[in-house]
Design a protein around this ligand. Structure first.
Ligand SMILES: [Zn+2]
Length: 290
């Protein structure tokens, strides 16, 4: 029997490391993450957003992950950004390990209400499951931005506030909390690092105020040094998506230009899978001090 995701998160916090959360759209991404996890012997979380899980299938991805758990591999499944209680119910019923109810664009009260409803349903159906909530806006899409989306920046006005975070977590009873601490979904075009700098002190304050482990979204493009500081300050899970999407596309482009006559999908898709795996391995090594 593998340990529960809850136990792995607790362990990560004690060891001052972070668990990698990687988004996938299909079986190619699935194997990229799983192979990296096996190779480095580390737990991983596979993330599927509403769009991604509609594409791969809610029950189908759950079944795939279950086959790994049956083999003793610590691979967990998270319903990434979920925007309604209805969609939360679907993944609770399907038996996901975790889900994020994302009301970050709603008012504080509406976000609170939707999150409370999600936690209540989870508690009545699958109490072991982990629910994460988000407070503070960090942009919506994992893509390459031309400019910073309005509303997401590192100015004090948009960072998650200590008092609100503490009240929100206490009222809702969520297990994990995703704050806005200067992070943003996606990556900047032609830039190696993200547009914003993480506010490490705010991470420390929010971890203390909420009493729950924190999750860093929008990890693509953040510098290695900032990641290490963020983990030390209270981040226990880090989401990577855009870098994987980019590696997928670049792998395909390379494949088509290098072998234009190849028609066997398992051959022309391999560079894409391997490219994604390399990204995941690199991130896992960094998050776990390897
Ligand atoms: Zn996210």
């Amino acid at each position: 029997m593998i340990k529960s995701l809850r136990e792995y998160i607790k362990e990560a916090e004690e060891k001052k490391v972070a668990i990698g959360h990687f988004n996938i759209s299909d079986s190619l991404g699935f194997w990229a993450v799983v192979n990296a996890s096996k190779k480095l012997n580390l737990p991983v979380i596979i993330g599927v957003s509403e769009g991604e899980r509609d594409f791969i299938g809610v029950k189908q991805i759950k079944a795939l992950v279950d086959t790994l758990k049956a083999d003793g591999l610590p691979v967990f499944l998270n319903a990434d950004h979920t925007y309604s209680v209805e969609k939360i119910k679907e993944v609770v019923d399907a038996g996901f390990d975790a889900a994020i109810i994302d009301g970050a664009e709603l008012s504080f009260e509406e976000n609170l209400k939707m999150t409370k409803e999600s936690v209540a349903y989870k508690n009545s159906t699958n109490p072991e499951m982990i629910i994460e909530a988000e407070l503070g806006f960090i942009g919506k899409s994992s893509k390459i931005w031309d400019e910073v989306p309005t509303g997401a920046a590192s100015s004090d006005a948009v960072l998650t506030k200590k008092e609100e975070a503490s009240e929100f977590v206490k009222e809702t009873g969520v297990d994990l909390f995703a704050p806005a601490v200067g992070n943003i979904h996606g990556m900047a075009k032609n830039l190696k690092v993200n547009f914003e700098k993480l506010n490490i002190e705010r991470i420390r304050v929010l971890r203390e105020a909420t009493g729950v482990p924190l999750v860093l979204h929008g990890g693509s493009g953040i510098t290695d040094e900032e990641f290490k500081l963020a983990i030390g300050a209270g981040i226990s899970i880090i989401h990577i998506n855009t870098e994987i999407r980019l590696a997928y596309k670049q792998g395909l482009q390379r494949s088509f230009s290098d072998s234009p006559d190849e028609i066997a999908p398992y051959k022309f898709l391999k560079p894409a899978r391997d490219g994604m795996q390399a990204v995941v391995e690199k991130r896992l090594a960094l998050f776990n001090n390897l």
